[in-house]
Design a protein around this ligand. Structure first.
Ligand SMILES: [Zn+2]
Length: 759
């Protein structure tokens, strides 16, 4: 069966989707440079090859290769050799980062009866790499403190702030307790943070079968979902405060860097944390008594979920080896022929929690194919205008270590040179998913029109665009989705290597990957393996090829365009949408507080109370004042008009194919465009977390992975800090005015026409 399928795949001739010769020039290209660009792109598209992708994955995922392991450094050396074999100038940059690994792990139920959690993922005969136990990192949450606590157990649903509001109404406190939370709905580091804020002394996090186990589908090895003893490893640092090495905030973790003492490192969690499989979690949950879990809290286990506290008591004992380990970033550079001091950076991590075939190898191999293709083009005479930097980061899994420490080390250079950062971190099948800077929406949409979707034969753009229409809720949204020719670029939260580039340095960034048809439950477990990937995910590696084609073309266009290919209408639209959202949010908060106060006065909560299942009534709250959003409204309006002026100026300058654009004017326009996104990331950053400077999106303080748009304002409203919401509206308003001023400057130069001196 398998070999017949393989032969079928070999017979398919990869025929790239090439635009017609009279296709409009890609954004930023004059007609003349577009012609040369298209020829090189056609050659590029023909190179990425499913067989090499598969072979590279087999090699890179053959053994566990977490940060600090022998195989991690061996993989780095192998990757370096690959880059060099294609004639690229490459090297390894090493950082020294804090990375604890387990010495002792105990999770046991001590009352009402005894049960010891196994804390082990068994090998499966079908999956050859699952038996490499001596090299596998045990299951744990990296950066949990050492600890030895015995306490009653409380079930806290997903362990996000609203769950604690619910617990309060139930009259349940977690003070002095160990909490058990489901994975999901937030970055995992949020769970111990919120638990500790409420006085808990320990935190267990388990994978509920409802989310990625047998409720979702057949479990591994029969299907792709999480088997009963599969465990999600992962970091629990306070990522929304800052990313990177916890001991060197804001500076590169070089060997001689000044380091914080561990006791004063603010991103380290305060209470011990440990992940569990659902096989280990079930006896603990079943032993919890007290109130039955409120509606919506029960998961997929065949038990009645209770909240507690007790009679279940748990003993949690953890000890770690707190060491600095080397992180090896593998970096290749292709110098730009015209603008060597403008960089397009393209990255993916190479470390994994265990074998990591899907995360991160499925997209790291695309970087390799892109590099191989660039090597081949260079031999044929291709020279990018700008410098391309290819990076395979180490230590992403513990806390985006390799990328953040590299970016912080080269920060001064990045601020002057980086025009874009393109990231991937895992690849499956389906549609192209994109998050990042809206100014790159046009670029990626144009690229997606020129790449073929392997399953439908449509362009990647067409399939993804139709998908957006199908997903849109309501007639208005659907019409909007149909009318937009640019694909949606979602706001960036965090959880991958773009964070230092985008959130800290304000560099236009995209995070890309195919997905939607590749669900599973092997994330961060020993079952994320070559066997799993080649049985259930992109088994033909044709989406691996499409990813290399997509990101490769995007990189080439960013590196080759005359004018930086940023386009601002999606940005301006998003600002408008987000502005409306924060206004609506404020109104909703006002209304709900007024209503709640009224119900307290009317004794509604007394009337509704069931004495056998009593609820604690909420307290009266002060009604929020009105907040002045005028500076933000003015900034948004200003940006909107500057955007349409720039679009007209751009269209006029390109009308005759850009022949009137001399190099002097191009350089001046680019200088203004280069600064534009950076204006949205001013030096002062967000309140209480100045490392995060991007004002339009950030990982939520209490969500982590998922983005908060206009985070300064939105989180101030959520936390009921009304003065701060008003201040932040003014800060963002000023940033938008500055952005608009830069766009106006660029328009002015384009509108001037004629020559304006040599470059
Ligand atoms: Zn990853």
């Amino acid at each position: 069966m398998r070999s017949a399928a393989l032969m079928g795949a070999m017979l398919l001739v990869p025929r790239p989707l090439l635009p017609p010769p009279d296709a409009p020039a890609p954004r930023g290209f004059t007609t003349e440079s577009a012609r040369a660009e298209r020829e090189w792109e056609a050659k590029f598209q023909a190179i990425p090859d499913p067989d090499s992708l598969r072979e590279d994955m087999r090699i890179l995922s053959a053994r566990p290769h977490h940060l600090g392991s022998p195989r991690d450094s061996a993989n780095a050396a192998w990757l370096l050799g690959r880059f060099r074999s294609w004639g690229l100038d490459a090297g390894i940059e090493t950082f020294q980062v804090l990375f604890p690994t387990p010495r002792e792990r105990v999770v046991e139920l001590v009352a009402p009866h005894r049960f010891s959690a196994r804390l082990r993922e068994p090998a499966l005969p079908q999956d050859p790499t699952s038996s490499q136990q001596a090299e596998q990192l045990p299951t744990y949450n990296a950066y949990s403190p050492d600890g030895d606590v015995t306490a009653p157990l409380v079930f806290v649903n997903y362990g996000v702030p609203e769950d604690y509001v619910r617990l309060e109404r139930l009259g349940v406190s977690v003070k002095g307790a160990i909490v058990i939370a489901k994975y999901g709905r937030s970055w995992r580091g949020i769970k111990p943070k919120v638990a500790a804020e409420h006085g808990a002394v320990g935190c267990l996090i388990y994978s509920d079968p409802e989310d990625d186990g047998y409720h979702a589908g057949d479990t591994y090895p029969r299907g792709p979902y999480r088997p009963s003893e599969g465990v999600q490893r992962g970091s629990v640092l306070d990522m929304p405060l800052f990313a990177g090495d916890p001991l060197t905030p804001g500076v590169g973790a070089t060997a001689d860097a000044k380091r914080l003492d561990r006791s004063e490192a603010p991103t380290l969690p305060k209470i011990p944390v440990m992940p569990l499989s659902y096989a280990d979690a079930q006896p603990l949950l079943a032993a919890i008594g007290g109130r039955a879990a409120p509606g919506g809290w029960a998961g997929g286990l065949p038990i009645t979920y209770h909240v507690g506290p007790g009679p279940a008591r748990v003993h949690l004992k953890l000890r770690f080896d707190w060491r600095l380990v080397p992180a090896y970033d593998v970096i290749a550079r292709i110098p730009g022929a015209v603008r060597p001091d403008e960089w397009v950076v393209r990255g993916n991590h190479h470390d994994a929690w265990v074998n990591g075939a899907e995360d991160p190898i499925s997209s790291a191999i695309a970087v390799l194919e892109e590099a191989r293709a660039y090597g081949a083009l260079l031999k044929q005479g291709w020279r990018p205008r700008r410098t391309i930097v290819l990076a395979l980061w180490d230590g992403e899994e513990p806390m985006l270590l390799g990328s953040t420490e590299w970016a912080e080390t080269h920060g001064e250079e990045l601020e002057r040179k980086a025009v874009a950062y393109l990231n991937t971190d895992g690849n499956g099948r389906g549609r192209l998913g994109t998050d990042g800077s809206p100014v790159l929406a046009r670029l990626i949409s144009e690229v997606a029109r020129d790449v073929k979707d392997p399953e439908t034969g449509m362009s990647v753009w067409k399939r993804t665009h139709l998908g957006e229409v199908a997903d849109a809720r309501g007639a208005d949204r659907r019409r909007e989705a149909r009318e937009h020719s640019d694909l949606t670029v979602d706001p960036m939260g965090s959880g991958s290597d773009y964070t230092a580039f985008y959130h800290h340095f304000g560099i236009p960034s995209l995070n890309l990957g195919f997905g939607g048809e590749d669900d599973g439950g092997i994330y961060h477990s020993i079952y994320d393996s070559f066997h799993w990937y080649t049985t259930f995910s992109d088994t033909s590696f044709t989406y691996g090829r499409a990813l290399a084609q997509t990101v490769g073309l995007a990189t080439m266009r960013l590196a080759g365009a005359d004018l930086l290919p940023y386009e601002f209408s999606r940005l301006s639209d998003r600002v408008g949408t987000n502005l409306k959202e924060v206004q609506d949010l404020l109104t909703a908060v006002r209304d709900s507080i007024e209503e709640q106060n009224r119900q307290v006065e009317e004794s509604t909560f007394v009337a509704m109370n069931d004495p056998r299942r009593p609820l604690v009534p909420p307290a009266r709250e002060p009604v929020p004042p009105f907040v002045n959003f005028a500076p933000l409204q003015n900034g948004a309006t200003r940006l909107k008009s500057a955007t349409s002026r720039f679009e007209s100026a751009y269209a006029a300058a390109m009308k005759d194919g850009g022949t009137a654009l001399d190099t002097g004017r191009v350089a001046q326009v680019n200088a203004a465009l280069f600064e534009a996104e950076r204006r949205l990331a001013p030096a002062e950053g967000l309140p209480r977390r100045p490392w995060y400077r991007q004002l339009l999106s950030a990982p939520g303080w209490y969500t982590g992975y998922s983005a908060k748009t206009m985070p300064g304002i939105r989180e101030a409203i959520e936390a009921k800090r009304w003065d701060e919401a008003e201040e932040q509206a003014a800060v963002l308003g000023r940033a938008l005015e500055a952005e608009a001023a830069l766009l106006d400057r660029a328009s002015e130069i384009l509108e001037r026409g004629g020559s304006s001196g040599a470059e």
